[in-house]
Design a protein around this ligand. Structure first.
Ligand SMILES: [Zn+2]
Length: 276
């Protein structure tokens, strides 16, 4: 099924993991594009932790580290597989609960052996073909955020976004309908940036340093970590940091964001903006 059965690690479950001394999942390998080796640390059925997963049920796996992107910041989760010594587990959904990344899915159908146990060494195989469709759409939300402010004014605030392989949705506050001519201008700015094949630069820096960058955009009400990831389009983050107050930065997109991006602009052909 599309999203897999949703298995939730509630506060009780995450505190059980914490009490066992299990650290939060190290998800720093999520920005890489290769097979990642890890270890199964916990298996959850939706109601209890078990030592071995087997059969056709859905399970949630917590690993020591992961290259899977858990759904956050509007960007949809990765899918793929987790392969162990005696079973290949299909990951249909990835969510993060109190720092623990939960890989939700089930074993492949067929005659293969189907089992994974706590302590098993596994290979994380993210579906990078799918991610390659998601990443440019995420980049587009940043360009769109920038273009909306350019055309409609600084009062425009991002209220959320949904980034999927096939489309993106961007919610913002404006207080009145967007005029068709403004819509065309917004579309033009984004499509011009796509055509210019601007470089996307991402760097983790101190939150206080990030906040000094002129024109930096953040999602209102969102709590950001420190250090935080800054993503700019068209200029390197280190250039921004060298002269953070420069007025020049008002004319480029700079955002706080932990998502996954692409500089492969040629995979974005054209953005059409619709207001719904
Ligand atoms: Zn973003």
């Amino acid at each position: 099924q599309a999203g897999g059965k949703s298995i939730v690690l509630d506060a009780n479950a995450t505190s059980q993991l914490r009490n066992q001394g299990l650290d939060s999942t190290n998800d720093s390998p999520k920005f890489q594009h290769k097979v990642h080796s890890s270890v199964v640390k916990a298996i959850y059925t939706g109601s209890e932790f078990i030592a071995t997963a087997s059969g056709d049920e859905d399970f949630g796996l917590v690993l020591e580290s992961t290259s899977f992107y858990a759904e956050q910041g509007g960007q949809i989760y990765d899918t793929g597989s987790i392969e162990g010594p005696s079973g290949s587990f299909t990951v249909n959904n990835v969510q993060v609960f109190a720092g623990y990344v939960l890989h939700i899915g089930s074993f492949l159908e067929g005659p293969d052996s189907k089992a994974l146990s706590v302590g098993d060494e596994v290979k994380c195989k993210v579906d990078y073909t799918r991610r390659t469709l998601i990443a440019p759409n995420h980049t587009c939300t940043h360009m769109l955020n920038f273009a909306l402010r350019e055309v409609l004014g600084d009062h425009v605030d991002q209220k959320g976004s949904i980034v999927l392989p096939e489309k993106l949705r961007f919610d913002f506050s404006h207080g009145k309908p967007v005029q068709p001519e403004d819509l065309r201008k917004i579309e033009y700015i984004v499509n011009q940036q796509i055509k210019d094949e601007l470089e996307v630069s991402a760097q983790e820096i101190k939150l206080a340093d990030a906040k000094r960058i002129n024109g930096l955009r953040a999602v209102f009400g969102e709590i950001y970590p420190d250090p935080v990831r800054v993503v700019s389009i068209g200029r390197k983050v280190e250039d921004l940091l060298a002269n953070p107050e420069s007025k020049e930065w008002l004319s480029i997109s700079t955002e706080l964001c932990g998502g996954i991006f692409t500089t492969l602009f040629y995979v974005i052909l054209h953005l059409c903006v619709y207001v719904i």
